[in-house]
Design a binder for this molecule. Structure first.
Ligand SMILES: [Zn+2]
Length: 214
């Protein structure tokens, strides 16, 4: 026997709290605005209180406790210097977005019963990638101070070089508009999780300027 779901309409809505709770749906804002709200909290630094996390947790359909556990697994986001270069600011933006996405994923795992250790293990890979991204961005910033806003992309060409890095070799890019390499905005050193061996160099005299995909 199947039970017919209560119809939500003016008549049903007026019958009271019980029915309301029965058909209650988690709020469904656009994923974008929910993520933006989470990024603001992450950027503020530290581990937020449960009370501060509750409204955002609701946006993602997770508990404040699980969201806090995810924050604890990731630790605080490393701050950048006040006079940070453009690439370092770009890196911070990318890292904040990635961190927010991972925190949501970790919160869902926490709700599914993952231990703090399990969360930390998963978080560590991203923390390492974020650190590599920030370090490579610093190198790009230093190269930009030396050579200007347009830099050359130099790859190490051998049997381990991936297709994206190989294609970028010999091209130029604008430091304020990182090109898309292997599906994501990238500076030299950012590709495949920040394990790539590419470096920023003086712009190639005949290099093609690779624009950022927008
Ligand atoms: Zn590379």
């Amino acid at each position: 026997m199947s039970v017919t779901a209560p119809q939500v309409g003016p008549g049903v809505a007026r019958t009271g709290q019980t029915v309301q709770q029965g058909v209650q749906q988690p709020p469904q804002p656009s994923q974008h605005s929910a993520l933006a709200a989470l990024i603001v909290v992450i950027a503020a630094g530290g581990i937020p209180t449960l009370a501060a996390l509750a409204p955002i947790a609701a946006l993602f359909g997770v508990t404040a406790e699980s969201l806090q556990a995810a924050f604890q697994a990731m630790g605080a986001i490393p701050p950048i210097a006040r006079d940070a270069s453009v690439p370092e600011r770009v890196a911070l933006g990318v890292n904040l977005t990635r961190r927010a996405q991972l925190i949501v994923a970790l919160a869902k795992r926490a709700m599914a019963g993952a231990s703090a250790e399990q969360l930390q293990r998963q978080a560590q890979q991203s923390i390492d990638a974020h650190r590599r991204r920030a370090e490579a961005a610093k190198t790009v910033g230093a190269a930009a101070r030396q050579f200007g806003l347009v830099l050359g992309w130099q790859s190490v060409l051998d049997s381990r070089t991936t297709e994206g890095c190989r294609q970028m070799h010999g091209n130029n890019f604008r430091v304020d508009q990182p090109p898309i390499v292997e599906g994501a905005p990238a500076y030299p050193g950012w590709v495949h999780g920040g394990t790539c061996r590419c470096l920023p160099v003086a712009p190639w005299p005949n290099g093609k300027l690779v624009a950022a995909a927008r």
